[in-house]
Unconditional design. Structure first.
Length: 557
């Protein structure tokens, strides 16, 4: 949402709430009134020219996005990242890093703030060659996901936390050209366009970042390896969960040392699990917390098989790993790939929007087993999701029109659960096909065509309707039909009104049918209206500047 939407006084919000209560409308008790809208597209943000970054941020602000999710990549800012010899410098001091190393991130947080957007940094690989953990440089997975030395990683995280604490002086921007050699050596990084200059409104300090994710798809072979090691007495231990536990410890320590924690208003997320991986998400999470399928601490050989303490002590485990229990919530990527969001995936070990409750129940049992279950349960953050489309990818089921429908349905399904705090769209622009693979092959199309725009910038149907999703759980006419929606771009500190328009079957014109008003901090609508017959309905909203927004049209039988 635009910056002006975030500057109204708190009193307006109070007046709006009183108005909503007086009108007798309130969101469902089980619904997530505060569910945030997030979009991630690293290629068009941190790997773009300054001009391209600004253009992308402007589009996201226009779509009504709350936050932009961005990978905080150690490799991109570290000195001598390709060398195996660690350079001598104070890694906790952001000013000790190479000139210009932070420029892309400084621009992003500054411009996002000016556009009314919040930033979500996810610490993600690759890491500097000199920071690879002992034994992690193996052939068990792509070098992208080598596990880091946790002591060095903590120092880097502390530097990031200090730089984006809200009090670090805003430095002059350095030339991006100094980073081109480093970018060229990094696999799968798009070639940036020629540098462009864009004026920046300077501030006394860089904006504070208060939203953090720890690693990416921690149970997947490409993002965290090695995943096994030999046991002294024979056999192997699956060590991904242990490695990730150490990463969480490092990030928690680095963030708290730099003034970031939930107590300071930060959101810190653990997990970021994938559905496809060396481990399926639920067994991985139990191993992360060293619990059996019956939620008892693992012991003996069963514990050694997943690199957990063989003589468990619950109190000691909690004290040693505070981030596992004090984090703001758990993050998961609930991709259903070609399956509609309300249908379970054929592999029942997958956690999608259709069975997201299974993840919530398991997390609650895990926290209860340690006596740490928070009031209301463990918050869930769905931090990467979307649908690939054909065109351009000929190996997927969803057309661009089907993507538009499924994204709306997914928003509705996530909203129904009060414990879901965010849903993230991945991407804004489609990925290009994978270079170096046979043209037209599955490997060629193994990248993500989940964008709201094609890679050439042309919009898909979902782009124009993203600001106003709509869903009718039962699309039949009648005297009391539930209509759900959201006004993403609206000013959420005051009640907003949308018109439900109706077009009778066979007619070419839309007529007003009902007026709906928002009743939550994120602009959600949920009401029952009378629909007189078959045809189509859509939501319409006009901004204070006179711009009209419309949802997609929903057929009603």
């Amino acid at each position: 949402m635009a910056a002006w939407q975030r500057t109204l006084a708190a009193a307006a919000a109070v007046v709006a709430l009183v108005c909503v209560l007086a009108c007798g409308a309130s969101p469902r008790a089980s619904a997530s009134a505060n569910q945030q809208s997030i979009v991630q597209d690293d290629n068009h943000l941190i790997y773009a020219t300054p001009k391209g970054m600004l253009r992308t941020l402007q589009q996201l602000a226009g779509l009504g996005v709350d936050r932009v999710k961005v990978s905080m990549v150690w490799w991109l800012v570290a000195p001598n990242a390709t060398s195996k010899r660690r350079p001598k410098f104070d890694a906790t001091n952001p000013g000790a890093y190479p000139p210009g190393a932070w420029d892309r991130y400084d621009r992003l947080v500054t411009w996002a703030s000016q556009l009314g957007l919040k930033v979500y940094f996810q610490f993600a690989p690759p890491i500097p060659a000199w920071a690879v953990a002992r034994g992690a440089a193996t052939n068990q997975g792509p070098p992208l996901g080598h596990a880091p030395d946790t002591g060095l990683f903590r120092q880097f995280v502390q530097a990031v936390g200090r730089r984006y604490s809200g009090s670090y002086p805003d430095p002059p921007q350095q030339s991006q050209q100094s980073q081109q050699g480093l970018l060229a050596s990094l696999p799968s990084v798009p070639n940036p366009d020629p540098p462009a200059t864009t004026p920046v409104t300077k501030a006394s300090a860089l904006p504070r970042v208060d939203y953090w994710g720890i690693w990416n798809e921690t149970n997947e072979r490409s993002w965290l390896n090695p995943w096994w090691q030999n046991l002294p007495g024979g056999g192997t231990a699956m060590i991904q969960a242990k490695l990730y536990r150490g990463i969480v410890d490092a990030v928690w320590g680095g963030l708290t040392a730099s003034g970031h924690s939930p107590a300071h208003g930060d959101t810190i997320l653990i997990g970021e699990t994938a559905n496809r991986g060396v481990w399926q998400p639920l067994p991985f999470i139990r191993a992360l917390y060293c619990l059996s399928s019956s939620y008892r601490p693992l012991r003996g050989y069963a514990a050694s098989k997943v690199a957990c303490p063989t003589s468990p002590n619950r109190g000691k485990f909690v004290a040693q790993h505070p981030g596992l229990f004090k984090a703001s919530g758990y993050a998961h990527h609930p991709y259903g790939f070609d399956i509609p969001p309300d249908r379970g995936y054929p592999d029942r070990s997958y956690v999608t929007l259709a069975n997201i409750g299974s993840l919530e129940r398991m997390l609650n049992r895990i926290f209860a087993a340690y006596g740490k279950l928070p009031r209301g349960g463990v918050p869930l953050y769905l931090t990467e999701w979307g649908y690939k489309t054909d065109p351009p990818n000929p190996y997927v089921r969803a057309s661009p029109g089907q993507q538009q429908v499924w994204l709306d349905q997914g928003d509705y399904l996530a909203w129904r659960h009060a414990y879901v705090r965010a849903l993230a769209q991945f991407l804004l622009f489609d990925d290009r096909p994978k270079a170096g693979q046979p043209r037209g092959s599955k490997l060629y199309w193994s990248t993500f065509q989940t964008g709201l725009r094609y890679s050439n910038g042309n919009p898909k149907p979902a782009y124009s309707t993203f600001p106003i999703p709509i869903w009718l759980p039962k699309s039949r006419h009648g005297s009391s039909v539930e209509v759900w929606g959201q006004l993403r771009t609206a000013n959420h500190s005051a009640v907003q009104y949308a018109t439900l328009q109706f077009r009778r079957r066979g007619s070419a014109s839309w007529t007003p049918l009902a007026t709906l008003h928002t009743s939550s901090p994120e602009g959600f609508l949920d009401d029952h209206v009378a629909i007189p017959g078959g045809g189509s309905v859509r939501l319409a909203w006009t901004s204070p500047t006179g711009q009209s927004y419309y949802s997609r049209a929903v057929s009603v039988s």
